[in-house]
Design a protein around this ligand. Structure first.
Ligand code: FES
Length: 272
């Protein structure tokens, strides 16, 4: 709650009634003495780097596969150009652009409308507000009740699409153990497996997942299965920020690892 004496949803404040006075109000948006600005700067920087890298990678037309590995940014691959990594061929050899461009909108949309990432980018980029008990620079606050922020409501549908992505990433993880010489374990196998697991954690800890398994009921007491699912989803939901920060960098690092293998910069160690 802003310490300047007015709520975030209020119209422009009357500084005459503010304990800081008009000049003080302009100079100080908070009375917090700690370094409250560190977190929005850090989280905003990580988010910007991950988004920028992913946007660059999604446009690349080479080096997104190496042996049994495929970058998660390009999965599921729907283009013939992916060869053995194509899950379903909807785009023939005539498709010359990056195959990631066809599918990357779903995970991007899922993360962009995620309740947790919203908090991060509302604070870091829109300063709305930049932190708890810090006033925002905007004169008015309309919430998510108008276009374009009204579109945040499609999150639950993007979550359903995300389930398909999670299944395909799991398939990629299993395939990553299957080399030309048989079933083996490479370092990349573990990287792709960790990526799939973290994405599942992110998906199953989602607020929409919790609502899906336990919502729409007056009481859970007569629904033992849903109650168990809801209890598990609630426990995971408390760790949603952790999964959000584990799963996003892992996507970037997995793509980098596959690229380094594909370009011959790295050699994939075999652990078994
Ligand atoms: S709230 Fe973050 S993925 Fe649903």
């Amino acid at each position: 709650m802003p310490t300047s004496g007015h709520a975030a949803g209020d119209p422009a404040p009357d500084c005459a009634s503010c304990p800081l006075g008009a000049a003080g109000h302009r100079r100080r948006r908070t009375l917090r003495p700690d370094r409250w600005w560190v977190r929005p700067i850090l989280t905003g920087t990580v988010l910007a780097v991950a988004a920028g890298y992913s946007a660059w990678a999604a446009w690349q037309t080479t080096d997104y596969t190496a042996g049994p590995y495929i970058s998660p940014i390009f999965s599921p691959c729907l283009a013939a150009v992916c060869g053995r990594h194509a899950d379903v061929v909807l785009l023939g050899p005539w498709w010359r652009l990056s195959p990631a461009l066809v599918v990357v909108g779903f995970p991007i949309g899922l993360r962009a409308t995620c309740y947790y990432y919203r908090k991060v980018y509302y604070r870091s980029f829109w300063l709305s507000p930049p932190a708890c008990a810090v006033g925002q620079p905007h004169r008015r606050y309309s919430g998510e009740s108008r276009f374009p922020l009204l579109l945040q409501n499609i999150h639950r549908y993007l979550w359903c699409a995300g389930l398909l992505v999670a299944c395909v990433l799991s398939l990629d993880a299993v395939r990553s153990f299957h080399f030309a010489t048989g079933w083996r374990i490479g370092l990349g196998s573990l990287v792709l497996t960790a990526n799939a697991l973290f994405f599942w954690g992110y998906m199953l800890s989602c607020h929409s997942c919790r609502h899906l398994v336990g919502g729409g009921l007056r009481t859970l007491s007569g629904h033992p299965v849903r109650r168990r699912l809801w209890t598990a989803a609630s426990a995971l939901n408390a760790r949603h920020p952790v999964f959000a920060w584990l799963s996003l960098p892992t996507v970037v690092l997995t793509d980098i690892y596959v690229r380094l293998l594909a370009t011959g910069v790295l050699h994939d160690p075999r652990l078994f």
